[in-house]
Design a protein around this ligand. Structure first.
Ligand code: HEM
Ligand SMILES: CC(C)=CCC/C(C)=C/CC/C(C)=C/COP(=O)(O)OP(=O)(O)O
Length: 301
């Protein structure tokens, strides 16, 4: 850690600490946690519920900070990430590490004391999984990095659920599985039109290891179990018709866009419209699916 950053003495601005938490990506992570909490059976005092979501947000922020502390060199090599506080030289590397550790410890501690220790343990495990298993171990070493590592991003609705019920049953496992199976199409669609960037940074993402055809096949292949898992709560009678219909419509659109990606043969960024469309829709898909699920369960369950 006594790298080239020792000569930076300017204190980082609060905006840089904010950027360190990857707020845009984490907003959807936190939203899925909120939906898990709202969909769970039973009652949670609003102040305790708010505390749980705040802890999940802080824990997700810890993930972003620890990830960027570790990845300075990689981030410096990619246009998309080179302006982040550390590679841009606006923040001392150790400050990012201390910020990440403090957020992680604080969020897990408060979750345990104020909410329950099951959700605290799940939160701690998710942070560990993302910061250590994904960032340090899987991401630089295997093109399956985001498949296995993606599990970290699938935990938040389970944590939200466990904050209310103190346990983990089939339904939160289904919510986990939806995000787990959604992550490969979400990310590989992006990795297709960002291919050169990851290749240049030496990160073995699927398109630059196995090629675009394999990636398109995999995107399409993951979309089917994802769609089936997404309608399963309705099939099991755990949601009403509102979610049943919404999930079917969203899945048909998702599968249609994934089909267009599968059919596409372009290998230039200029021909990657289907990939760009699927990536953009993937975010809307998850947002709407979870929003309708929580609403449906609160109204009709
Ligand atoms: C290992 C798993 C994942 C990887 C590698 C990944 C990667 C990415 C990347 C590289 C971007 C581009 C934009 C940026 O850096 O801000 C992005 C955008 C985004 N991701 Fe993911 N993602 C993953 C999982 C998730 C999960 C689990 C969620 C939420 C549940 C999520 C939500 C989003 C959102 C909302 C954006 C758009 C951000 C914006 O508008 O700037 N991602 N993702
Ligand atoms: C509550 C809790 C602990 C949540 C965990 C949230 C979590 C780990 C979400 C994963 C989403 C994410 C930021 C992926 C970015 O991948 P990347 O870091 O490889 O992307 P980059 O190339 O932009 O650095």
């Amino acid at each position: 850690m006594t790298t080239a950053t020792h000569n930076i003495s300017l204190p980082a601005e609060w905006r840089d600490f904010w950027a360190l938490t990857k707020p845009r990506v984490m907003s959807l992570v936190v939203f899925t946690a909120l939906c898990g909490l709202l969909a769970a059976p039973g009652h949670i005092h609003p102040v305790i519920g708010f505390t749980a979501i705040l802890c999940i947000a802080l824990g997700a922020g810890a993930c972003g900070a620890l990830n960027q502390w570790y990845e300075v060199e990689v981030d410096a090599k990619m246009a998309r990430t080179s302006k982040r506080p550390l590679p841009a030289g606006r923040m001392d590397r150790e400050a990012a590490l201390h910020f990440g550790i403090a957020l992680a410890a604080f969020s897990v501690g408060i979750m345990g004391v104020a909410v329950n220790w099951i959700s605290a343990a799940l939160l701690a495990f998710s942070i560990f999984f993302y910061a250590v298993v994904y960032t340090i171990w899987l991401k630089p070493n295997t093109p399956q990095n985001i498949v296995i590592g993606g599990a970290a991003g699938a935990f938040p609705p389970v944590i939200g659920w466990a904050a209310v019920t103190g346990d983990v049953t089939l339904l939160p496992v289904l919510l986990f599985s939806i995000i787990f199976l959604w992550t490969p199409p979400h990310f590989w669609a992006l990795a297709l039109f960002m291919k050169t960037d990851y290749g240049a940074a030496g990160i073995p993402m699927l398109p630059n290891v196995s090629g675009q055809r394999v990636t398109r096949n995999q995107i399409f292949a993951y979309s089917f179990p994802m769609a089936i898992t997404a309608v399963t709560p309705f099939i099991l009678g755990e949601s009403g018709w509102l979610y049943g219909i919404a999930s079917m419509v969203l899945n048909v659109i998702f599968l249609g866009l994934a089909f267009l990606v599968w059919r596409n043969e372009a290998n230039e960024a200029s021909g990657m419209k289907p990939e760009k469309r699927l990536f953009a829709f993937s975010i809307l898909y998850l947002f709407l699916l979870f929003a309708v699920f929580a609403f449906d369960r609160m109204m009709f369950a």
